[in-house]
Design a protein around this ligand. Sequence first.
Ligand code: UD1
Ligand code: CA
Length: 454
Amino acid sequence: MVERTCLAIVLAAGEGTRMRSVRAKVLHQIAGQTLLAHVLTAVQEAGGSMIAVVVGPDASAVSSEATRNVPDAEIFVQKTRQGTAHAVLAAADALERGTDDVLVIFGDTPLIRPQKLRHMREALAKGAAIAVLGFRPNDPTGYGRLVLEGSELVAIREELDATPAERAIDLCNGGLMAFAGKTAMTILNRIGNDNRKGEFYLTDAIAIARAMELKAVVIETEEDDVRGINTKAQLAETEAALQQRLRKAAMDAGVTLVAPETVFLAADTTFGRDVTVEPYVVFGPGVTVEDNAVIRSFSHLDHAHVGKGALVGPYARLRPGAKLGADVHIGNFVEVKESVIEDGAKANHLAYIGDARLGAGSNFGAGSIVCNYDGAAKHRTDIGKGAFIGSNSALVAPVTIGDGAYVATGSVITHTVPSDALAIARERQVIKEGGASRIRAIKAVVKTKRGAAE
Ligand code: UD1
Ligand code: CA
């Protein structure tokens, strides 16, 4: 089949007042991405080659999130909220340019799967003028009902306007629709606002198409696909549903999740083969994990890369720009930010590594840190291959430690340490023979005097 062109119109002019937030509804996040970003990804994967986003007035943050995700998305403003068909017609300029398929999607329906949108487009390719995504909710209250004659859809009735018999229908409108491009504008222009709400209902398109002797069909799907978000509680429920999908997809791809329900993934988390993730690990956005790596319990990763066979955690924190090579060990209570940890390097306990390079095979001792921030600016630390940083050292950046150099435990390093050099930067130890007994005698006297005074 020749690939049909497709315009996707994303309605993102929602009020979102029930979120009790200053942020627009579609800018709330699940699995590390905004609701809008999820929808935009889905329409692109479904072949939406032109994307129009309809926003409300004063929605510059929504517009910029749209173009950040899809640089050539066109933004249209719906100045007054007069219904879903009115919102679609805000993008009339894009519609009039002509396209085979038109997908209409709600910006607050982030779990829509691309294959469902593809099924709707396939129905158009087979001759339908409209395809509607239908579902059977546990509680149909509030949804438009799909009125069928045989397999053909004859009308969608909004609940407010439905007869008792129509209200008894359990097949409901998920809200997402696909229109054949050649008849879309004619149908949309005929939609009026003669209903209880006085809105231009997109759903009226069905009866109009029917009157034009055009065919409308229903594509049935699961409730999750059309889950709309209006409240923070629904946001959390949707997050939970998406996490289940992401965990299952990770396991289907071969990742071992020891306790999947405790692992939180981002929509873009990428795993290689035979990765193991222990219980209670959180993946923020932008994380890639290569083959055979193990992420141990209670670790938090965000915009980080984990190389082949690396061992991370328990209790590790990989912040943005942490890049671990193969077989790296990052152990408990170690934080890494904006740093390259080359192959085989180790930081096993209680350390901070920021704005640094840790050369291949080097060892960063327990309790050591880089002092990368001087209160005004960040500076870099460069540690050569095979270097050894003794425990509880402070490397004051900017500073360079050469290949194979050895920093003695407890050092405060402020100057370059050449390759293969030994740097000791701490007070020399002093021994006073018998000093312990003398100290104890003095303390005992103090104690007796205090006892007498009380
Ligand atoms: C809509 C459907 C209903 C379906 C339900 C599924 C219509 C008329 N009704 O009802 O059949 O069962 O979704 O959830 O389509 N929007 C605008 N501008 C407007 C009005 C709406 O951009 O003027 C956007 C909203 O932000 C939202 C979407 O369109 O993203 C749906 O609007 P909403 O008012 O929530 O429709 P429902 O009453 O839920
Ligand atoms: Ca709604």
